[in-house]
Ligand binder design. Structure first.
Ligand code: ARG
Length: 589
């Protein structure tokens, strides 16, 4: 129930104000409370911004409410009593400023410490979602774009899961294109005996792909065989199915190594999985009169687009769009997903807009795109190299993800060794920390930007221990842990017996930011913007250091217990942020 979510201050205030707004303007049904965290312009922690709008609606009707400020005043007067609010005041054009009660704030944090951060999990209106992410193509390259998709998709899945949504994490692998004809023929040519096929024997699949493509382009007889192979494969010819499965397996192993390093869970349901569903799905659309014949192809014409959505190519084959329509049908009807989220580069925006529109016309989705069942395309920009062009490495055309992760790890390991950690720590600790910092840095550098913007991949910048980087944040967390450790106090015991007091402004500022965790995760999740959570985490670390820690002595002060509890609450929230961002926390530096 909503009562249980003590963390979402905004929502709790909205409930209080809803009652008051109803009392002020009984004739206006559903006035939705406009509650926002204060930006610092006015005194107070939150604001209710309804007065202006209400005034312009009822102008003149009520002589008591002669201006926005008096509407604001009336809103305050009708507020039901509550232990959340300390005081309210009206400013400017009727803005109601709310000062939260310190006692309530302290109690709320304390019950989170006892009950766990799950107390502050957001509440969403849905039970099950599909997140379609990563989705590389077999034998083609798994490029940095797929890295972005993997990182962003994983974070969104984690945020939804934290919000108690069941997430079906789907890897929509490109395993069914016409490229398989040439790959299979090339495999037959090089491995006449199928027993000999193995990852080590075949070697790098991208190189294999290139070699087979060359053969395809330069040898007419090979090309013909390749084209026939596609037909045989799709017809289910066992020898061809087997070769196809062997190629997929080699790719899968390579992808899995990346996922394992990144700590990403995914279930592969590639394009081939949906292939058997396509005919029936297209028939349904055809029966509705949505599909037309155009230049030998079968297409759906959609208002607002200057090209039609091709669902059957002129050679009779299915394509990306027919597969996506079948997959959407499956996810809605078989998997009963209420929200289906697709994470790809923005270049695919039009494809998604078009097939979403087709699905809407077919009546699969409500006309209002914000209602459930709902589909969202989470687009992202390019990864750029330091030269400002599309990111590439010196010798290979595309960046191999494994190499990137290796380098991030070895660089962060070198930095740790330079700080003398090789003498202080075991080899295992060194390895684990280097991985946490290195991979965390790659992820955070991606997630902290608004996903739609392009960003520059720069090791030096992302591994800097100052500024808005994972390294800085991980170290900040480790430092808080060491404050608690060095106090020599048993924090588990303190949680049960200690009391938080927020008398110092630094303590109160920190507490307020901690309490905003829940609404921030909810915002990041519903707007599909991981950067919102990164910004929160960075600010938390800054507020802890600059407002709290530099002004409030912890160990040895009369407020030691309370302050240690605030340290612990900060560490708990930071760890949850790391977890949601797919970053492994470190405890020692
Ligand atoms: N395989 C595609 C690519 O590499 C991404 C697939 C995204 N998911 C989807 N359902 N279309 O671009």
């Amino acid at each position: 129930t909503e009562e249980e979510n003590l963390g979402n201050v905004k929502r709790q205030l909205a409930k209080l104000f809803e009652g008051s707004l109803r009392a002020v303007v009984p004739d206006e049904q559903d006035v939705e409370p406009m509650i926002a965290a204060s930006t610092g312009k006015f005194v107070g922690d939150y604001q209710c911004n309804n007065a202006m709008r209400i005034f312009s609606k009822i102008k003149g009707r009520d002589p008591q409410l002669r201006n926005p400020a008096s509407v604001g005043q009336a809103i305050v007067e009708h507020l039901p009593p509550s232990d959340i609010i300390e005081s309210c005041s009206v400013a400017g054009a009727g803005f109601v400023n709310v000062v939260l009660s310190k006692t309530w704030m302290a109690k709320n944090i304390q019950s989170m410490l006892i009950g766990g951060i799950e107390n502050w999990a957001p509440q969403l209106a849905i039970k099950r979602a599909v997140v379609d992410f990563s989705s590389p193509n077999i034998a083609k390259e798994m490029h940095v774009g797929h890295l972005r998709s993997t990182i962003i998709g994983d974070t969104l899945s984690r945020m939804l899961e934290f919000s108690n949504v069941e997430v079906l994490r789907r890897n929509h692998v490109g395993d069914w294109g016409t490229q398989f004809g040439m790959l299979i023929e090339f495999l037959f040519e090089n491995f006449p005996n199928s027993e000999d096929v193995s990852e080590t024997a075949v070697g790098d699949l991208q190189t294999f792909y290139k070699a087979s493509k060359q053969r395809f382009d330069n040898d007419a007889a090979f090309k013909e065989r390749a084209q026939r192979a596609v037909v045989l494969l799709q017809g289910g010819q066992p020898e061809y199915r087997k070769a196809w499965a062997q190629i997929c397996e080699i790719s899968r192993k390579e992808f899995d190594r990346v996922y394992q390093r990144l700590g990403v869970q995914l279930e592969e349901k590639g394009e081939s999985f949906y292939n058997p569903y396509i005919p029936a799905v297209l028939k349904e659309l055809s029966d509705q009169g949505l599909i037309e014949e155009s230049q030998g192809a079968r297409v759906i014409f959609l208002e607002g687009f200057n090209i039609p959505l091709i669902v059957v190519k002129s050679d009779g084959g299915y394509n990306y769009a027919s597969t996506d329509l079948a997959a959407l049908w499956y996810r809605l009807n078989e998997e009963k997903a209420e929200w289906i989220i697709y994470v790809t580069d923005v270049g695919q925006q039009q494809h998604f807009d078009m097939f979403f529109k087709a699905a809407r016309r077919a009546g699969w989705l409500p006309a209002d795109a914000n209602l459930y069942p709902r589909v969202s395309h989470v687009g992202f920009g390019l990864v750029l190299g330091e030269d400002g062009k599309r990111f590439r490495t010196r010798n290979t055309e595309v960046v191999r993800l494994v190499d990137l992760l290796d380098e991030a790890k070895s660089r962060s390991k070198a930095a740790l060794i330079e700080r003398g950690k090789a003498e202080e720590w075991t080899e295992e600790e060194l390895e684990k920390t280097a991985e946490a910092v290195g991979y965390g840095a790659v992820k955070y550098a991606d997630l902290k930007n608004n996903r739609l913007t392009n960003y520059t991949f720069d090791f030096d910048q992302m591994l800097n221990d100052k500024g808005n980087t994972a390294v800085y944040l991980l170290y900040a967390h480790a430092r808080i842990c060491s404050i608690i450790r060095k106090s020599g106090k048993d924090i588990v015991e303190l949680k049960k017996t200690g009391v938080i007091v927020l008398d110092h402004a630094g303590e109160r500022d920190l507490a307020l930011h901690l309490l905003q965790f829940s609404e921030i995760v909810e915002e990041a999740c519903t707007n599909l913007l991981p950067n919102v959570l990164c910004e929160y985490l960075y600010n938390l670390s800054e507020i802890f250091t600059k407002k709290f820690y530099s002004n409030c002595q912890v160990v040895g002060s009369p407020e030691e217990t309370s302050r240690l509890l605030l340290c612990e609450a900060t560490a708990v929230v930071m760890r949850k942020c790391f977890h949601l961002l797919g970053i492994v926390p470190v405890y020692k530096i």
